[in-house]
Design a protein around this ligand. Structure first.
Ligand code: KG4
Length: 355
């Protein structure tokens, strides 16, 4: 069984993954209420919370499985807040030393990419590899507050980035739009709630980089367009047409994501389409991508809601499922400075690693 630790931002999480049976337990301690008071994550406070929560969560997991059942450890190495990552890494390295267990460093974004396959594994662990082979190549859309990326997982399980945002991420566009509309953070769920009763065709917002060959995203113009539209409308008209504004703004984000997902499927000849990251919670986006997958005759693999945010379940799963993660290194892991989805994991010189 793999015991994984995640502490890249404002969630302390621990999970146990058994390749023969699936996820055996997931424990999360969220700091959302603490940071909510400040309108965003305060790194200094986040580190202190991880320091308190992680030993308790590890203790829970160890009581659940018993240490003899744990054969290896995994930990998020980045991207994330440096102090938070350092604390998780220190906890994981201490455990590795104390219990003499190998430790795998996992890139958080790659774990999101692979989270689409957790339900595939859970369905029938014994036949996962055969069913995985039938789903490759896989086109994946990762949409979160900090990242928007399209990637392919090839038949040899290598991951290649096809496109990414050149400015704001999709979730960031929704959060910034929500702020302009006077809604709180995180804005995505609030825009979605108001959009449910609005007309998505009421306002025309820009869809950037529409060319078929272009798999990059740009959302900063959309936010600017909303700012001008709100200034034109004035407060009374904005209030009267609030649901239409939310629906039209959300549709502009979703249209671009769906269109680019279609380009990606076609370009790589995908047999499945994945959806992961916080924005994957958006129902309208899920419905549109499910329809696209049906039209393109590919399997639709959305991550489970509990794996769309920060979680250790996907870290444990990726440590096992993604061959990119070097399983021979142990105490050499460093914080990953790179944001790139397909970056090599940041480990020390293997010759100096302790095993
Ligand atoms: O970035 P992320 O994966 O998690 C953390 O940063 O912890 O997810 C947060 C992002 C935010 O931008 C938020 O507005 C967006 O996901 N989000 C949504 C929905 N739920 C979360 N966006 C649209 N619709 C939702 N239902």
């Amino acid at each position: 069984m793999i015991l994984a630790i995640e502490s890249s931002c404002d969630e302390s999480a621990v999970a146990l993954f058994d390749p023969a049976r699936g996820l055996a337990g997931e424990w999360v301690s969220s700091q959302i209420d603490l940071h909510g008071r400040y309108g965003g994550v305060v790194p200094e406070l986040a580190v202190r919370e991880h320091l308190t929560a992680l030993p308790l969560l590890v203790g829970e997991a160890a009581r659940h499985a018993g240490w003899p059942a744990v054969s290896s450890l995994a930990v998020t190495t980045g991207p994330g807040l440096a102090g938070c990552l350092a604390l998780g890494l220190a906890a994981a390295k201490s455990l590795a030393l104390a219990r003499q267990l190998p430790l795998t460093g996992v890139n958080h974004l790659r774990a999101h990419a692979w989270s689409a396959f957790i339900p595939v594994h859970a369905e029938a662990p014994a036949t996962y590899c055969e069913r995985l082979a039938a789903l490759l190549p896989h086109a994946g859309l990762l949409v979160s507050g900090g990242n928007t990326a399209l990637f392919v997982i090839h038949e040899d399980l290598s991951l290649e980035l096809l496109g990414a945002t050149i400015d704001d991420a999709a979730g960031e566009a929704l959060d910034k739009g929500a702020k302009l509309l006077g809604l709180g953070y995180p804005g995505g769920p609030q825009v979605e709630r108001h959009a449910a009763t609005g007309d998505a065709r009421a306002f025309d917002f820009p869809r950037a980089l529409p060319e078929r060959g272009n798999l990059d995203f740009s959302f900063s113009g959309l936010k600017t367009s909303l700012r001008y539209r709100l200034a034109d409308l004035g407060p009374d008209e904005t209030k009267r047409r609030f649901a239409d504004l939310c629906a039209s703004y959300q549709a502009a984000v979703i249209d671009v994501l769906v269109r680019k997902a279609e380009f990606a499927i076609d370009r790589v000849g995908a047999r499945s389409l994945g959806l992961s990251g916080g924005v994957a919670n958006n129902k309208a986006l899920r419905v549109r991508l499910a329809a696209l997958a049906a039209e393109e005759e590919v399997a639709f693999l959305p991550a489970l809601p509990r794996h769309t945010g920060d979680n250790a379940g996907m870290i444990a799963f990726a440590a096992w499922a993604d061959p990119h993660h070097d399983k021979t290194d142990t105490l050499g892991w460093r914080i990953e400075p790179a944001l790139a989805l397909d970056a090599r994991p940041a480990s020390a010189d293997p010759s100096s690693s302790v095993s």
